[in-house]
Design a protein around this ligand. Structure first.
Ligand code: GTP
Ligand code: MG
Length: 193
């Protein structure tokens, strides 16, 4: 895969806008501000391809990023942002559910959690949802630069325990700030392509 050949295919709100091809898709999930867009940029070695912003809750559409006319990374708006109306949350829920439960191209979901904290209720719910629908998960504990390396193992155990991690899924410790885990993340993703 040539990671220099990148385009935004479409920002979609619903099914009829999804790309009409059979390329495999890897979707990103995680709470607002956890680092989903940064993860995409880091893997693709770009500064600002997937839009990151200091404004949580900004990404309100499914962004289909074309990687070398072979794969789509699908950046999904984050959950758990408090300052979103009930109506918007419902719209969000429908959009995500429609995508995750009906999209045949979907191969796996990269689910991001913050390595510093115990998974939130929403993190746990998302993981259970993905497991329920038999969608393979790559659980990425990101912002690893924020805690000392000596504590990574302990935090990994806490996260796995609280989320009831399925050992057939992959687990990757990651940081977009210092590029920890790029190789491991790519390896995990390539298994599904
Ligand atoms: P939404 O699109 O709002 O759901 O957020 P997102 O999950 O795409 O998060 P985004 O990638 O925009 O990152 C949010 C903030 O966290 C930005 O200020 C990033 O610079 C920062 N950030 C992301 N990943 C890391 C990381 O690994 N380490 C550190 N220190 N900061 C990070
Ligand atoms: Mg984003």
């Amino acid at each position: 895969i040539n990671t220099n050949n990148l385009k935004l295919t479409i920002s979609a709100a619903s099914k009829k806008q999804y790309p009409e091809n059979d390329w495999p898709e890897i979707a990103l999930a995680g709470r607002s501000n956890v680092g989903k867009s940064s993860f995409i940029n880091t893997l693709l070695n770009r500064k600002n391809f997937a839009r990151t912003s200091g404004q949580p809750g900004k990404t309100q559409l499914l962004n289909f990023y074309n990687i070398d006319d072979q794969v789509h990374f699908v950046d999904v708006p984050g959950y758990g942002y408090a300052r979103v109306s009930k109506k918007e949350r419902e719209k969000w829920g429908k959009m995500i559910e429609e995508y995750l439960t009906t999209r045949e191209n979907l191969r796996a979901v990269v689910s991001l959690v913050d390595i510093r904290h115990e998974p939130s209720e929403d993190d746990i719910m998302m993981y259970e949802f993905l497991k329920y629908y038999h969608i393979p998960v790559i659980l990425v504990a990101t912002k690893a630069d924020k805690i000392p390396r000596g504590k990574w193992n302990k935090h990994e155990s806490v996260i796995k325990k609280s989320i009831k991690f399925d050992s057939t899924d992959d687990f990757v410790i990651f940081s977009s700030a210092d590029k920890t885990g790029i190789e491991e993340a790519w390896q995990a993703i390539l298994k599904y392509l």
